[in-house]
Design a protein around this ligand. Sequence first.
Ligand code: FAD
Length: 382
Amino acid sequence: MPIRATKRGGARTPLHGEWDVLICGASFAGLTVARELARTDARVLMIDRYEIGERQTSACAAPTTWLEQLGLMDAVQQTFDELVVHVPDHTYRWPLPFAFSTFDYRRICALLREQSEGSAQFETATIKGAPSRTGFTVHTDRGDLSAPLIVDALGWRRILGAGANVQPPNARLSRGLEVHPHASGSDLELWIDPKYVRRGYSWSFPADGELRVGVGSFDPHDHVKEPTLQLASDVGVPAERWQGNWIPHQLRPAVEDGIFFVGDSAGHCLPTTAEGIRPAFYFGIALGRELVDVVEGRQTREQALTRYGAFSHDHLWQYRWLLRVQNWVGRITPTRLLSPVIGAISAPRLVRWSFGHYRDICAPEFVLQGPPAPARRGAIAA
Ligand SMILES: Cc1cc2nc3c(=O)[nH]c(=O)nc-3n(C[C@H](O)[C@H](O)[C@H](O)COP(=O)(O)OP(=O)(O)OC[C@H]3O[C@@H](n4cnc5c(N)ncnc54)[C@H](O)[C@@H]3O)c2cc1C
């Protein structure tokens, strides 16, 4: 669980200057970009409002192969080969074609950070709004920070975006809330049950003496606190140690006004499943590789903006498909149809086929591959 380590008051000394790359946000996406840049001599500054790993931002479940490829297995807590899916009057067990693991957030951040420790400087600093930046200078509570290459890995708020951000509940966002009681379990469990949430799903993820029990709604207007209390009670655990956040469920422009966006700030979290860690790794690596080519003089910033913007945009059709499925969940009325519909898609062959395609959206082999193929299209406009 979080430790309060962020420097406060007088310890927050002034910080000004210019770097080659400024990475704003040091969670899954930002730490991955820094890891890619570690093989260069670039002067990289990474900032976050909290110390690295201080504030957990998710239930922390990801495909095990991704964690293996990134050298993060020391953070793994439990591994699962099947998914237990509950509908109102039935429970299905889906044998997964690839395993998922839960992991410790603080530990995984530390392991990722080790991979850029000698190359990227890290400082705690909070980016202030209105305006959050002027051109290529970012305004923080400790001072102004400048770089020709700026990455927004700041999560759903997309703080460095141009113009006013649409705020919840009217933005295209889902919402998730969970409790982390000390309890144990052996199954990765999902509930697709309107008793908890009308459009969305609920979960219980065991993680070595902790259960992460929560509810996610695709409709930002629907509240998730009462349903989380109800689910915790049904699972038989105390509703304690809360954490929650908004989750974008639509791809956003990955480049805008000269700034690179990655992870939730670019809407890279996958619709339907709200799986955002694997895409943050995947697009973080893609962006890191483009930035390496800029700092080593093989391309200009403008070329990197075009190539990375196009790379992200090339995934639009996959995100649209997942959004269609998301829109479909919760429209299965009446409830008595849920069981036969989920039953029909529970055939092992169908589970293997659909999860195989789902896995390929951000395949773990990407870690070992070279840079993405040259962009086929121009960058998407802001
Ligand atoms: C309840 C819940 C459960 C989830 N469970 C899973 C799961 O099991 N598996 C999965 O794959 N996905 C899960 N997700 C989604 C996943 O958490 C996100 O997609 C993922 O965290 C995105 O990573 P990121 O690095 O882009 O952004 P974030 O993890 O949100 O990190 C953004 C960083 O920016 C920093 N920051 C923000 N504002 C400022 C500021 N003004 N100044 C300085 N720093 C700032 C933050 O401190 C933070 O460190 C879950 C989401 C929720 C809400």
